[in-house]
Design a protein around this ligand. Structure first.
Ligand code: GP9
Ligand code: MN
Length: 418
């Protein structure tokens, strides 16, 4: 039965944060263009290599958008697929394996599903084999109407590099698909060129590589720069097609690009040793929301991929009060600054807890455990609750009448002074 879900639901309810009055529904019925930025970490934003900007387009774009500079990826072995899972379900991925493979048959209440019920057409676009990461199966469980995959693109030797179709060509060809979609649409784009080992053709190299003795780290910068160019051209196309003003554009980094194997060269680039503290801070990925007519601002609230689902839904004016979301609306005035990574590390306003050590964010040095102590149990609980949902396929009880009734009962016996 759904009794296990009732406990979890009580926890979720207690953590629910009400939406920001001014922004709730600000983008009602607008299209949503969601873009997954392959291997893009926050440290490249507003940064240079050999004196040249790494992300000139994004550096400008964030000035007219909401930019979250303390936003963490929460992925594990499922990499890109984990990021998709987290972003659209507000659940944690699994600590081993990829939930896209292991639990694709579960019931979910994912963003595409919800938006489909709210009059949206939903599509995922990615120029790779449809079965990669089991996407063709999982996307059905997430509620997608359509998956534009490899056969929907013209892929040749000339327009490919590394893992496949180059980002510029991917976006260019995707505009055609976008134009054919009924509106409002929710369209998710998954980029590819900035993928390990960061291969690039000479003609696509807008900046020179970094110069350390680590090829991976060196080559990362030109592919990030290439992706930035692809984004610039895509936005220009959206403007030309008249789609820009009718859409909110949401970008997020999927996971790290530079693993801990490259700490030495990364330390060289950053000018500081990559300690466990620095390494955790390197798990920040860009999160950007552009809303037509809104000036935007940089927001430094501690946040993670988990928070994307309720944030988007609230902007579209869709209530999330009854959802089983572990994240919360990033615009909510009482958002708790607390983000848990899949390895059990967590980040609060003033501290980072990783490898059983509590760090002070002011100094980056280990500090007394007492500052982290109150959150240790909470972090563990969240991961366990989320795992229970996935292993027990508990969201299948979500629509269940018995669960609904017990839930209503639970709510009614609470005293609410409002
Ligand atoms: C593959 C692409 C890359 O389709 O999403 O996957 P990754 O290796 O980053 O998980
Ligand atoms: Mn990826």
């Amino acid at each position: 039965d759904g009794s296990e879900l009732v406990d979890i639901d009580n926890y979720i309810n207690a953590n629910y944060k009400k939406p920001n009055d001014e922004l709730f529904g600000i983008a009602k019925n607008k299209n949503v263009i969601l873009i997954s930025l392959e291997s893009t970490q926050s440290f490249v934003i507003n940064e240079t290599v050999n004196g040249q900007e790494i992300t000139p387009f994004l550096n400008d774009f964030i000035k007219e958008s909401y930019y979250f500079d303390n936003f963490y990826h929460q992925t594990a072995q499922g990499k890109t697929s984990d990021s998709e899972f987290i972003v659209e379900n507000s659940l944690y991925p699994l600590s081993r394996g990829a939930v896209f493979f292991t639990h694709s048959g579960n019931e979910y209440t994912a963003t595409p599903d919800i938006l489909g019920n709210n009059g949206y057409y939903t599509a995922a676009l990615h120029a790779n084999n449809k079965s990669f990461w089991n996407r063709d199966i999982m996307y059905q469980s997430l509620g997608y109407d359509r998956f534009y995959s490899l056969p929907d693109y013209e892929v040749t030797a000339e327009n490919s590099v590394g893992w496949g179709l180059k980002d510029i060509d991917f976006f260019e060809q995707s505009v055609q698909h976008l134009k054919e979609m009924p509106q409002p649409f929710y369209a998710k784009f998954i980029t590819l060129t900035n993928h390990f080992p960061f291969e690039l053709d000479e003609e696509d190299r807008f900046i020179e590589p970094y110069t350390s003795n680590n090829k991976t780290v060196n080559n990362y910068f030109p592919t990030v720069r290439y992706q930035d160019e692809a984004l610039k051209l895509f936005i220009e196309r959206l403007k030309a097609e008249g789609l820009y003003d009718d859409s909110i554009i949401v970008l997020y980094g999927d996971h790290y690009g530079i693993s801990e194997n490259h700490n030495k060269a990364m330390g060289e680039f950053l000018g500081e040793e990559v300690t466990p503290y620095v390494s955790t801070q390197l798990q920040r990925v860009p999160f950007i929301i552009h809303i037509p007519g809104q000036k935007g601002e940089t927001i430094s609230t501690v946040s993670g991929q988990m928070d994307v689902k309720p944030t988007i839904l609230h902007l579209l004016g869709i209530n999330t009060k009854n959802n089983i979301d572990f994240g919360s609306d990033l615009f909510s005035e009482d958002k708790l600054e607390f983000t848990v990574l899949r390895d059990g590390s967590f980040i609060t306003k003033n501290n980072i807890y990783t490898r059983e050590t509590c760090y002070d964010k002011g100094t980056g040095e280990p500090t007394d455990n007492s500052a982290c102590e109150p959150y240790i149990e909470k972090a563990k609980n969240e991961l366990e609750y989320s795992d229970k949902i996935i292993y027990g396929d508990l969201l299948r009880f979500y629509e269940d009448e018995e669960f609904r009734n017990s839930k209503t009962f639970g709510n009614e016996i609470k005293f609410d002074s409002n």
